[in-house]
Structure formats: C-alpha cells, structure tokens
Design a binder for this molecule. Structure first.
Ligand code: ATP
Length: 507
C-alpha cells in the first residue's frame, strides 16, 4: 500500500540553491535499494530536494558523520532516513529484535510524523522493517512491552521517554547493535533544556568508539552547536548546508512583517484586525497558525477566538492538553483545508502542516532560531506563505536586534483599525472562564520575567503591564497568585500583585 505524503514543488527549492539542479531519485539506482526507490515513488517523491541531493551525493559514504543545515520544509526528514536505512540494507542490518537506527527529536507530534514518513520509505522493501516510536504521554507499560517484544529496527523517540526506558537493562540490550543515531532539530536537542537528557541517553548507549554513525540536522545551527555536536559526531565529520551564509535563513518566499502596537492591552484587537486584513486579502483556503508564548496563554487565545471568530474552524495545540487530544488535533489540522490553529512551541519546529499560508507570532519568540522555525511552518515545500508578528512597544526591539531577518513594517495600518475590533474582543472575553484568564496572566508574568532586561522593564513595571493585560482580558482586578509561585518567579514584595489562593486552581 503506498503511503502518500504531501509532496512539494521540488523545482521551486532549487531557485536559491546555486549550482544544483533537480535530479530524480530514479538516477540513484546504484546508491539506493530498489525497494527504497519504490517507496519514494509510492509517496510521490520524484526529484530529490537540494538537501536530499547533497546528503546522498556529496557525503563520502552514506555512513559518514554529518552536520546538515537546510531551510525549514525542504525535506530534511528523508535526507537523514534514506542514508541511514540504506546503510542497514547494505549489509549492516542489526540482529532481529535490535535497534539499528535511533532518531531523537524534541516533541511527540514530530516523532509520529517522522515515523509516518519512515513507513512510506520502507513500505516496498521485500523484508519488512519495523519503525517504532517512544514518547511520553502514552501508557508506559504497554508501549514498552510492544518495544521489547517487537522488532524495532528503527526507533523514533523523544528524549524524556527514551531516557526513562533506558533505565531498564532489557531496553539497553536492544541498542547493542546501533548503526546510526540522528539528532533532528539538533540545536534544540543540544541546548540547555535537552542536553542533560541527551548526555544521559548517550552514556547508556554503546560508546561512539563502537563506530556508529552520528547525524545532526536542523534549519538553524548556531555557532555554539559546534562545541556540543562532538558527543555524537567524530572529529572530521562533514558539514553540509544548502543555505548561503550571506542569505537570510528563512525561506525567501515568505514576506515577513511586524505590527507594533503601543500597549499590551491592544494586542488582542490587533490580532483580530490582522486576521481580518489577511483573510480579506486572500480568503481562498485560509489556513493559519497563531503562535502564542505560553501553553496557558495559547489556551486563552483559543477560548477567546472561538467566540470572536465563529466563522472559522479554530484549533488549539499546547502542552497543557492530553496526548490524545494533541494527536487528534494534529491530524485534524494536517487534514484541514482551512482554519486557524492557536499553538505553543510544541509545534514550533519540524511539524509539517500542509498548506499553511500564514504564520502569526503574538509576543516575543524566545530567540531568533525559534522565530525562524515558526516562520517555517508556512511556505513549506515550494509553496507560498506570509508571516507577521504582533509586538507591543517594549517588545519592538526584536526586528532591530535581528537585522538579518527580513522583517518589514506591516503595510496596512492595523493600529487605526483596532478600535472597531475592541467591542468584539471585550464581548468574547466576557464568555471566557475566569480561571483560564488567571492561568494566562500567571503564565504571562512567568514568561516575560525572563525577558525583563531586553524589555527594559523593572519588576514593578512588568507587574503593571501584566495587570494591564489582565484588564484587557476583562478581569475586574488582577487575578490572585499564590505566594509560593510569586516566590518562584522572583517577584516577592513587588507592588501590584494580589497574593492569595484561587479556589479550584489545579496548578
Ligand atoms: N523529494 C521530495 N519530493 C516531494 N516531496 C517531498 C520530498 N521530500 C520531502 N517532501 C515533503 O516535503 C515536506 C517537508 O519535508 P520535511 O518535513 O522533511 O521538511 P524539513 O526540512 O524537515 O522541515 P523542518 O525544518 O520544518 O523540520 C513533507 O510534506 C514531505 O513529505
């Protein structure tokens, strides 16, 4: 059964990659197994994308360690799966029951997406290759027994669950013949948040000196990553990139804009006015993602915009949802031809939602890499897309401090349009649960606390702005925050906070 993937305008990806021309996979019959070529054909992949071509044609051997950078949405997944699987087929298949290829990626949804692409690639091999997944949010015991009793030649995992199951001797035994380890979104996997788990995982896998291949892939590879990739790549590894160092690392087909509003209280009306303006401009198959900064903030946007935009199909995806709803929404938004997804960074990287024509970022991304990955959710695969960020005055430094990003002022005057949208915002907020507002308020404080210096705010000013944000949500007064949480945020004694316990607060 062919596993049809959303395919892309490969030729369009070559416009900006100097010196390369589209080459069909069929010309790789000497390098790639017939079964793999049949799988690619079944998926509708006819030509290699630039990154696939570079990896398959420029690596000294398909088992060479490599660090690979290519723009978002240009086919990196197949670019690491194909050489790794081909290596197994060239005589390095691990014994039955053992893992040959381990791919580590940051989130569950991405693990599922990679596994699906992998299943398409191996669908026509005469000898079945199983691809398993391991990620949190699913029943540990049953997925573990499936893994232990199955034949997981390929495993796609997120670090938390992988680290957890590697605590078991029987699981460690499964990795004795590992041939390839891939870090997808490598800079994220090696940043301060994930690195400890990755190092713990590496300590429990066979040592690098056993000769397994390391592959690191991302659209963003800041300099700092060179110091840390050593843990998975031998010195002398090959660096490949399809991005010209002089070029902006975002896809050039994405015009990028910024709307700056004077006060944080106006951001909701600005978002509504912006969605309207963008919809009017291109109402055909309007499919957009709006990124918020925190899970609870995104939950609030979803609750509010469901009321304010009844004419659209509205979705939400963030870490405060259970895994079943996350998976269901991911599938629904992938399949949807129109709609608006309110999302946190659980889908900021790597996720392939076909035909998203617009990405909006409300508030600051945590860094320029995150900005690039979020913008990369649109204009995937040679298609068109636009990206707009909405910032309030203190956040307006972002485009200035990142001059390599081609961000222009938004061409339509959104600020003068906002007053006519304010009544809809106020009415919509009157239907939103007070606890949702309180959680969003608390999350807002916590997130922006980390940016105080860049925002040029004192603690008292931060609290004042958060309180304005609460009033904009229709809270009669700033929501209560528990003393313990105020202490954790380092805001003890700051004027303007209301300390106390909210009944029914599940946090
Ligand atoms: N050679 C090809 N021909 C046609 N379509 C392809 C080809 N390679 C990949 N695709 C499709 O292109 C889309 C983007 O691929 P993929 O998700 O691997 O991009 P990516 O570079 O990993 O993006 P990100 O940086 O966001 O993770 C997917 O829908 C995939 O199925």
């Amino acid at each position: 059964m062919p596993i049809k993937q959303d395919t892309i305008e490969v030729a369009a990806l070559y416009d900006s990659t100097s010196g390369l021309k589209p080459v069909p996979f069929s010309s790789m019959a000497d390098t790639l197994d017939q079964g793999l070529l049949a799988g690619l054909n079944g998926m509708g992949f006819e030509f290699m994308t630039p990154v696939q071509q570079k990896v398959l044609m420029e690596l000294p051997s398909l088992s060479t360690d490599c660090l690979v950078q290519a723009k978002t949405g240009t086919g990196k997944t197949a670019a690491f799966l194909l050489p790794a699987i081909q290596n197994l087929l060239s005589g390095y298949q691990p014994p039955k029951g053992k893992v040959g290829i381990l791919v580590i990626c940051p989130v569950r949804e991405l693990a599922l997406q990679i596994a699906k692409e992998c299943e398409g690639i191996v669908a026509y091999l005469p000898r079945k290759i199983e691809c398993h997944t391991a990620f949190g949010g699913t029943a540990r015991a049953s997925s573990l027994s499936k893994f232990l009793n199955g034949n997981p030649t390929i495993l796609i995992a997120t670090p938390g669950r992988l680290d957890d199951i590697l605590g078991e001797e029987a699981v460690r035994e499964k990795f004795t013949h590992i041939r390839t380890l891939v870090l997808d979104e490598a800079d994220r996997m090696l940043d301060a948040g994930f690195a400890p788990a990755i190092h713990k995982i590496l300590r429990r896998l066979p040592p690098k000196s056993d000769g397994w291949q390391g592959m690191c892939f991302s659209a963003t590879l800041p300099e700092s990553v060179n110091d840390v990739v050593k843990c998975v790549l031998f010195p002398g590894y090959v660096s490949l990139s399809t991005i010209d160092p002089k070029e902006a690392p975002t896809v050039e087909r994405v015009p990028q804009f910024c709307v700056t509003v004077p006060s944080v209280t106006q951001t909701f009306a600005a978002l509504l006015a912006l969605i309207d303006a963008e919809y009017e401009q291109d109402p055909q198959d309007f499919k957009a993602i709006v990124f918020g900064t925190t899970a609870n903030g995104v939950g609030l946007l979803y609750d509010m915009f469901k009321q304010a935009l009844p004419q659209f199909k509205i979705f939400q995806l963030h870490s405060r949802m259970n895994q079943n709803s996350r998976t269901r929404t991911t599938d629904a938004f992938k399949a949807a031809s129109t709609g608006i997804l309110f999302a946190s960074d659980v889908v900021g990287r790597g996720m392939d939602f076909p035909n998203v024509g617009l990405v909006i970022q409300l508030g600051l991304p945590s860094n320029s890499e995150q900005y690039i990955h979020r913008v990369g959710r649109t204009a995937r695969a040679g298609r068109d897309g636009r990206a707009v960020m909405i910032l309030f005055s203190n956040e307006g430094f972002f485009p200035k401090t990142n001059p390599s990003l081609p961000i222009q002022p938004y061409p339509v005057d959104i600020v003068s349009k906002m007053p006519s949208y304010q009544p809809t915002v106020d009415k919509a907020f009157s239907h939103v649960d007070e606890e949702a507002k309180a959680k969003a308020y608390q999350a807002y404080l916590g997130y922006n606390k980390t940016f105080m210096k860049k925002l040029r705010l004192s603690s008292a000013e931060l609290v004042r702005i958060a309180n304005e944000y609460a009033i904009a949500m229709g809270c009669p007064e700033p929501p209560l925050i528990e003393k313990r949480i105020v202490g954790k945020m380092g805001l003890k004694g700051v004027p303007g906070l209301r300390i106390g316990s909210r009944k029914g607060n599940g946090d």
